[in-house]
Design a protein around this ligand. Sequence first.
Ligand code: GLA
Length: 678
Amino acid sequence: MSTNIESERMLETPRPPFLQRIEFGGDYNPEQWSPQIWDEDVQLMRRAGVTVATVGVFSWARLEPRPGEYCFKWLDDILDRLHKGGIQVMLATATASPPPWMATLHPDSLPETAEGTRLGPGSRQHYSPSSSAFRTHALRLVEKIVERYAGHPALCAWHIGNEYGCHVPKSYDTESTTAFRAWLQQKYGTVAALNDAWCTAFWAQEYQSFEEVSVPRATPTFPNPTQMLDFDRFSSDALLHLYLAELSIVRRITPDIPVTTNFMGMFKSADYWSWVQHLDFISDDVYPDPADEDSYVGLAAQRDLMRSLAAGKPWIVMESATSAVQWRSVNVPKPRGLHRLQSLQAVARGADGILHFQWRQSYGGAERFHSSMVPHAGPESRIFKEVCSLGSELADLGQLTGLRVQADVAFILDWDSWRAVEQDAMPSTVSYLDHLLAWYRPFLRAGITVDFQPASADLSVYAMVVAPMLHVVTERTAENLARVVDGGNVLIVGCFSGVVNEDLHVWLGGYLGPLRPILGVRVEEYAPVNPGLPLAIDGLVKGTASTWQDVVVNEDAEVIASFMDGYAVSSPALTRREKNNGAAWYVATLPSPELMDQLVARWVGESQVTPLLAAPVDGVEAVQRGDITFLINHRAEEREVEIGPSEIVRLGGYQVFSNAITTNSNDGVTSRAEFHSC
Ligand code: GLA
């Protein structure tokens, strides 16, 4: 390796340690380009203010062209050049996609679908997470890479794998079947316990031994729900174990180098609550659709989830697009100013880095129409100019690094409930995320910052806890939620909650099960409602709702409002039970956006939560990082926002106002230093 003191000397600017400023950069795939371009790349990175490049994510075939034959010279060269240019390197373990020889040598390493189709090479991520051949070769490569670059001065962090489970979240191959059986044996101990949990008395599914149990391949009709959920859990664990196997090598050789892998926001196939303890900082890949003017709601929620997963550790955007992606049916480019706006939104919600996929736009391959930092048009382009201006703007925001975002409200995000409600053979087709976001939106509109938490978390620090659809409830989670109310805080539970336990067995005698005494109500029946049919609600609160009605029986609560129509006509739609100065609300439907705004205002009134906005304004969000307030207008049109008594801020289209932004950005989107009172 040619790392040396000379290249150290050529560093023009001393670098602050990793994550001690807002990092800026992207995935760098130099193997797609000739060494002449590499020099230009480093120069352009410097011009753009790039601080870090993620290198080697898809380099396995170039690093190990034949099994056991390694070729690191080109990577040495790249790392040296980057270091010389003052660019740090987040070095990938290069295991995201195996080289073609893997499939030739080990066809069993290929993943299989539920229908039994073997997925072939020629794309990426063509491996089964449980393949022992893949694992052996991958770990051998990781060891080589980590040993070789452990002391390289450009190395600032390890990027393990890439987007675990993105294309192959589950595999149904033979090795996965064996691993699933072992996982089940470990979980249940005896096949009788498995039969009990899976309720196999139904449809003659009783197993006599673990050998008879399989992964849930395609079946004639509805498969066993608990088997499906266990397979979801197993598949998430299989990906995690692969990550952990690489991690243990990295930790052994470089215990002081921080480690991450990139998450994909709210990704159903990997229960990130069980991953986070194994990452030193959290990374997220995020590609909102520029054609969807409401995508900022999910985007804000995704940032909040990353911050919550990080739980005090740093988090960064590992991948974002400067403009269009290439994987939607219509790939609309980002209008001028939108990428800057979205990047600042991430920073406002706690991110300490804005990175991209990818540095230079490919001229060939499946991603040649995906935008990048250096587009096909080259550096003399609008996109590259905007990249440079974003780089310099983020460099000026260094004082934000490490500042916390405080949330007084927690939302319960429960992977088991998510997976369960989206199974087949349910009362209705439910999108857990759509439901969650319908609840999140009014909080965002009010300027109330939300943390996400698992149902088992310590919730005592939150003035308000919202469980929009906690379908799976155990005695322990119920006890945890009871403590919210006992502590004098507000608990809000949404419809179709408390229906089943962790084995998906229904709580008998009235749905809500162990939540009944907390809420003071039980649910006798469900009445899903066809899309588009409004439901009227009347009482102390009036408005409309949609999608769902629980037929609620009041036991020990105050009925705030009842259904005026639909199957559940005259049964309670909104209830409230007070205890120890705390309150537990049950919301037996999905309130309309207008009713949601009304309800949030009411809940704010009875808790210690202070919204940042005096009133919601369409497309505008407000958030505070440390003592710095950000106001963000996600609409192309101007907006006027009231942030306090008679304090009005006028926001142009795609504008961000913050007392942290002191310069006018040179991309034509102006920022102002101060709020204006009038
Ligand atoms: C993911 C991958 C990248 C790239 C982008 C394209 O995030 O990690 O390698 O394929 O998608 O949007």
